[in-house]
Design a protein around this ligand. Structure first.
Ligand code: 5AD
Ligand code: SF4
Length: 481
């Protein structure tokens, strides 16, 4: 028999609300675990499956932190687990299809252990059509919560566990900025630090402004305090996270403190490496470029999504720049920070993209001299404007375009690795290589994967490696003093 839905706090997502942006000042609140929730997890275990971007990885660390504060410990397998949370991604249809498959697969565990709590969280939970489908056809899912209310997990678990009712609570508009959230971090020397949430760009193909809500920056004091604590714990690298970090602080217009200022302040904390992702070209300013140049701990690497090289397509995507203005910003960045490595994101097969438009993209890739790119075929996302655009390009042509684009992009990867041949680079050692356990792997300052022979005791340290071989996807080298 299917479980009843708890109607006391039933909130399903609503796209028309998610589209709205208000001038409301976002409040900052502090997370505190209520006494009643502190022992719920005693003798119980959890697992979190994370899909998609670094934002989700960071959210999963928060979910784990909250669960552990409630007494849960991480399970060793799905069979053993009392709670399984699926932290999902909605960016493209194939990401979602994978998760539908996984949800189906987990039904077997639920049959064996009816007390298992299966939760759907993350960006898919923010989608109206997804929640309808789960409620109707995936009755073994007990709990659905979205991206804005992770801090309320304790209440949801209490209801799902003790009232034995299905819980659905997804807010369509963003709530507060919640501070003091506990985190169980996945790495001991590299950490994610959210600096802002949400996105106000509304690129016409993208679901993120609906699933992550209005752009809102954390206070610089909170961000700096978090990085300070990481330094004290021995962390070597932080990656500052936001959908558009270049817009940091612009929602708090009054003080003019923006991303470039934040980079300079974090640089003073003496963390070895500062990275950030992701950026929007029209918010990238000179102040940020100069901060990258002046701050020795900010890494010489920039991911600057361009999406297309056709001005017609860029306009339909609502990107607010042209091929020419993008190249201008890029050239300015390369002038101010010589040697910086730049990568990008590109979508092919956007509705109405012609062969000529695509050739503009290939031309831009050539001119920009990218050292890597994530390339995608356009995926229709229900509720976004582009989902309604007429799309006459056959799928086969889109695949061909992706193939042709990737050939050019791969040549860029190889140019990007070859320039380090015979040079000594600094590598933060991540671990042992997936392919050979005598070999260590890590990333250089320019974000190149480097493999070299060395002792596993070097994991977590920054070492010098002389590059001897450059391949498309990685570098090989020898440890030097
Ligand atoms: N179809 C294909 N790619 C998309 N992206 C975002 N939305 C879509 C979509 N509907 C890509 C963009 C973005 C990256 C994170 O994902 O290139 O920069
Ligand atoms: Fe999506 Fe555009 Fe926002 Fe990036 S900037 S998250 S592509 S809407």
């Amino acid at each position: 028999m299917s479980k009843k839905i708890n109607m006391d706090k039933y909130f399903a997502p609503d796209l028309s609300q998610a589209r709205k942006r208000t001038k409301k000042i976002i409040e900052e609140v502090q997370f505190n675990l209520r006494d009643a929730h502190q022992k719920i997890g005693f003798n119980k275990t959890y697992l979190i499956h994370t899909y998609g971007c670094q934002g989700n990885e960071a959210d999963s660390e928060t979910m784990a932190g909250i669960l552990e504060l409630m007494g849960f410990i991480k399970a060793i397998s799905e069979e053993e687990s009392d709670i399984i949370i699926m932290n999902t991604c909605a960016i493209r249809e194939n990401a979602e299809n994978r998760i539908w498959g996984e949800l189906g697969r987990l039904k077997a565990y639920k049959r064996r252990n009816p007390d298992l709590i299966l939760a759907l969280a993350g960006c898919m939970a923010q989608e109206e059509n997804v929640v309808k489908k789960v409620l109707k056809t995936y009755q073994h899912v007990d709990l659905i919560f979205g991206t804005h209310n992770i801090h309320k997990i304790p209440e949801y678990i209490e209801t799902a566990m003790f009232a034995k009712e299905r819980v659905v609570e997804v807010y369509s508009t963003e709530g507060e900025i919640v501070e003091n959230l506990p985190k169980t971090r996945n790495h001991k020397f590299k950490a994610w630090v959210n600096i802002m949430f949400g996105c106000d760009e509304f690129c016409t193909y993208c679901i993120v402004p609906y699933t992550r809500g209005k752009e809102r920056s954390r206070s610089k004091e909170e961000v700096i305090a978090e990085v300070k604590e990481l330094v004290e714990l021995g962390y070597k690298e932080v990656t500052l996270l936001g959908q558009n970090v270049n817009a940091y602080g612009k929602d708090k217009i009054e003080d003019g403190y923006t991303f470039g200022d934040l980079l300079r302040d974090i640089n003073k904390l003496q963390i070895d490496r500062i990275r950030f992702t992701t950026s929007h070209p029209h918010d990238l300013d000179k102040k940020t470029m100069e901060a990258i140049r002046d701050c020795e701990h900010v890494m010489p690497f920039f991911h600057l999504p361009v999406q297309s090289g056709s001005n017609k397509v860029l306009k339909k995507m609502n990107r607010h720049y042209t091929k020419e203005s993008y190249l201008n910003v890029l050239n300015q960045l390369k002038e101010i920070v010589p040697g910086i490595s730049v990568t990008t994101d590109i979508i092919v097969g956007f509705p109405s993209e012609t062969e000529e438009d695509f050739l503009e993209t290939l031309d831009l890739v050539e001119k920009a001299d990218f050292e890597g790119a994530f390339t995608f075929v356009f995926s229709k996302r229900e509720g976004t404007p582009a989902a309604k655009y007429e799309d006459l390009t056959p799928e086969e042509d889109k695949k061909q375009r992706l193939y042709r684009l990737n050939e050019k992009v791969n040549a860029g990867y190889l140019r990007g690795t070859t320039r380090f041949l015979n040079q000594t680079v600094k590598v933060l050692v991540d671990g042992v290589s997936k392919h050979n356990d005598e070999v260590l792997a890590g990333y250089s300052e320019h974000q190149k994967l480097v493999n070299f022979k060395g002792d596993p005791s070097l994991i977590g340290q920054i070492v010098n490696v002389k590059i001897t071989v450059a391949k498309t996807w990685f570098l090989l080298g020898e440890l030097v003093d």
